[in-house]
Design a binder for this molecule. Structure first.
Ligand code: IPE
Ligand code: MG
Length: 229
């Protein structure tokens, strides 16, 4: 969800105003995704690198996150949305962590769309955690190093039990992954748009999904093989 800051700066407004309007986009995209039957939606809300931003912007973002979780909890439950968190929660302010854990617990039996919030998330740090955990298990004798498979790596990530993403959308005009779902995105279709996140709404989301449907996913095979399958 990139481009909030520039969206605001282009309007001669403080960056936090961009983040506020960005929350409206979040509401609209979550609602649309759940409406059209997306099974899992992951929002990259705050990276491990975002802590390097000015303290005021970080606390503004944390405040927005807390109020979003509070105000949306009922809507999430009504829409049967299950909230999950990707990222270490240890570094989040205590009040934000508490609201988040509560929202995750309150929606844990919802059977509709899964909403993954990537918060204090970084793909490399996630992989590092998985490697350490697997090494520990090997040392304890509960995991055999020779039996470690791609699936066992997936099982040690925050997204354990979930399928890999099909489509990865980055708004705001940058063409990079910025440490997002590095392992899980190996075969994701990438969609980059200049549109700033506050302007990314239902129609723009549907356009991205339409483009996705026009792509041929070959997974290493030839186009002819895919057509014959
Ligand atoms: C939102 O956009 C991303 C978050 C960390 C919430 P940015 O704040 O990165 O916006 P730009 O890139 O400065 O425009
Ligand atoms: Mg940015």
């Amino acid at each position: 969800m990139d481009g909030n800051g520039r969206w605001a700066e282009e309007r001669h407004r403080p960056r936090l105003f961009g983040h506020k309007v960005g929350v409206d986009s979040v509401r609209e995209i979550v609602e649309t995704a759940s409406e059209i039957g997306v099974e899992i939606l992951t929002l990259y809300a705050f990276s491990t690198e975002n802590w390097n931003r000015p303290t005021r912007e970080v606390s503004g973002l944390m405040g927005l996150l807390k109020s979003y979780l509070r105000s949306e909890l009922r809507t999430m439950m009504r829409n049967n949305i299950r909230l999950r968190c990707l990222g270490g929660q240890d570094r989040l302010p205590a009040d934000v962590g508490a609201v988040l854990r509560q929202a995750v617990a309150d929606t844990c039996s919802c059977q509709g769309m899964i909403l993954n919030l990537a918060l204090n998330y970084g793909g490399r740090s996630e992989l590092l955690g998985a490697v350490r955990e697997m090494a520990r298990k090997c040392q304890e004798g509960v995991l055999d190093w020779g039996a470690i498979s791609e699936a066992s790596i997936s099982d040690h990530l925050f997204t354990a039990g979930q399928p890999d993403p099909d489509l990865l959308i980055r708004t705001g005009g940058e063409h990079r992954l910025s440490n997002f779902l590095l392992w899980q995105s190996s075969y994701a279709e990438l969609y980059f748009t200049e549109i700033r996140w506050p302007d990314f709404r239902k129609q723009q989301f549907l356009d991205a999904i339409h483009t996705f449907h026009l792509r041929q996913r070959r997974f290493g095979r030839t186009g002819v093989q895919v057509k014959e399958a």
